[in-house]
Design a protein around this ligand. Structure first.
Ligand code: C2O
Ligand code: CU
Ligand code: CU
Length: 499
């Protein structure tokens, strides 16, 4: 049956190609204003090299539930669609990394070897492990040809986490190039639920990255001053490196684990079939929540189950945009919209999963906060920044007037306690993230903001109730920062210890 909704989505599909061109022109104009490029500069979209509908390829998996994980960061080249080869990086491959599966209650002996020509690191985003194993600190940077060893005690509930490089000053370009992968924690409780959980059949890992393309279809990342300040927005959002692929599913529930691995774009994902949100950053929600769309900022994850029991095809669409705020409105960033992937039910594939009404126990009331802290995320968008930009230096961003300094520890928090953190975003909205902790958002504005989180979009001022989870070891700190990677690299990051 064709509903009005389906028709609208269909229209979106047809418009996808012209939207690229429109978007590219707008971006060219915006960049041209600051960097002196002309409107017909290097950002003309080559939409012709991306064709929708190629078969969806599941990412390879590495089973580390036995307690051993070996990863190698590598440089390579990747062809997106039928475009020219793009220099990229990945783990165990040329772009992105395998999905790593770990199990609660097991300790993983991880070793990452750096086969690229530059420094890399491997931060297990969302995994609350001691700071010397977290991978986010400057002490954990891996030199070319060197290896880094980390002991990961997995002690948290089932969740869709991820791993990515985290070398200060180059996280944005290197993650953009592909140094990111999924990290899935499972446990007995989640196994018992009967959720769709067969990789390659009804359990999908979807790593989203937007890319801008030159006229040869090569992906390009050359941020100028305006891009660093407002964010990078591509011509298209790729899923695991593919443009609008077609995936076969069973005629039944299908679990989609979305990871926003873009440097700065947020993604609104729309579902044309009955869909339920079952999990957010730090794991499963107490109960599934019906949704027809959800938005994830850089660093955020959601798990959604789409019901394909009516058969046929369901295009899932994405609208990518910069994080917004008053300045963004003035720049006219209306985003890019197209089909992200199309699910097609195969009547011959067995539907094995279900979504029970109860997923996890209700959250226990938290103990009273023992400390209050406030953090102001600052882009410092004053005239001085533009002077620095013209002199060829990047902008200096900060938190509480302090640009990132590897020698500064901003505070020490007590393990096992709860703190109230008040985060304020200046100039535009910013996705705030901290290592070694998880938090609740007392005033959730969307279902995606319920449950335990580790990234939250801050527009204005918001309070978080932060559970201090993991220990710092020696002098290795945990990081807190904006997950717009251009901002993190420009200094919107700080360090703390736990005790
Ligand atoms: Cu996903 Cu400190 O980052
Ligand atoms: Cu992290
Ligand atoms: Cu930011």
């Amino acid at each position: 049956m064709i509903t009005k909704r389906n028709m609208l989505l269909g229209a979106g599909l047809v418009l996808a190609a012209p939207a690229f061109v429109h978007r590219a022109r707008a971006q060219g104009m915006m960049d041209g204003g600051m960097s002196g490029e002309t409107m017909e500069g290097s950002h003309t979209s080559a939409a012709g090299t991306l064709q929708a509908g190629e078969p969806f390829r599941h990412l390879p998996e590495i089973d580390a539930r036995g307690g051993t994980l070996r990863l190698r960061a590598m440089s390579g080249e990747t062809r997106f669609g039928s475009g020219a080869l793009t220099p990229t990086m990945g783990f165990e491959g040329s772009y992105l990394g395998p999905t790593v599966r770990v199990r609660r209650g097991k300790t993983v002996d991880a070793m990452v070897t750096n086969g690229t020509g530059g420094p890399v690191s491997t931060h297990w985003h969302g995994l609350n492990v001691p700071s010397n194993a977290d991978g986010g600190a400057p002490q954990s940077v891996i030199a070319p040809d060197a290896s880094w060893r980390a002991t990961l005690p997995v002690a948290q509930p089932a969740a869709t986490l991820w791993y990515h490089t985290h070398v200060h000053g180059r996280t944005a370009p290197d993650q953009w190039a592909g140094l990111a992968g999924a990290l899935i924690v499972d446990d007995d409780d989640s196994d018992a639920l009967g959720l769709p959980s067969t990789p390659g059949l009804d359990d999908f890992v979807l790593i989203l990255q937007d890319k801008r393309f030159d006229e040869d279809g090569r992906a390009v990342y050359q941020p100028d001053m305006m891009t660093i300040m407002h964010g990078y927005l591509g011509d298209a959002v790729l899923v695991n490196g593919q443009f609008a692929p077609a995936a076969r599913t069973p005629e039944g529930p299908v679990r989609l684990r979305f990871i926003n691995a873009s440097t700065s774009a947020q993604h609104r994902i729309s579902f044309p079939r009955p869909a339920t949100l079952i999990g957010v950053d730090q794991g499963l929600l107490p109960r599934p929540i019906e949704i027809d769309e959800a938005t994830i900022a850089p660093g955020e994850r959601i798990e959604v189950v789409v019901d394909m029991s009516d058969g046929g095809s369901a295009p899932i669409s994405v609208t990518a945009s910069l994080m917004g705020g008053m300045m963004m409105g003035m720049m006219g960033n209306d985003g890019v919209q197209h089909t992200l992937l199309t699910l097609t039910a195969d009547p011959d594939a067995p539907a094995t999963g279900r979504v029970p009404e109860r997923l996890t126990a209700d959250l226990e009331p938290l103990s009273a906060p023992v400390a209050e802290r406030s953090f102001v995320l600052q882009e410092n968008m004053g005239p001085m920044q533009h002077v620095r930009g013209m002199m060829g230096r990047g902008p200096t961003m900060a938190i509480n007037d302090e640009p990132y300094d590897p020698d500064r520890i901003s505070f020490t928090a007590r393990i096992g306690t709860v703190e109230r953190w008040t985060i304020t975003a200046e100039d535009m909205a910013h996705p705030f993230h901290a290592h070694g902790v998880k938090f609740l958002i007392p005033d959730p504005q969307r279902p995606e903001e319920t449950g335990w989180k580790d990234v939250v979009a801050i527009d204005g001022t918001r309070d978080l109730l932060v559970a201090i989870e993991a220990p710092t070891t020696g002098d290795v700190p945990f990081m807190f920062h904006c997950h717009i990677l251009e901002h993190e690299d420009a200094g919107m990051m700080g360090q703390f210890l736990t005790a």
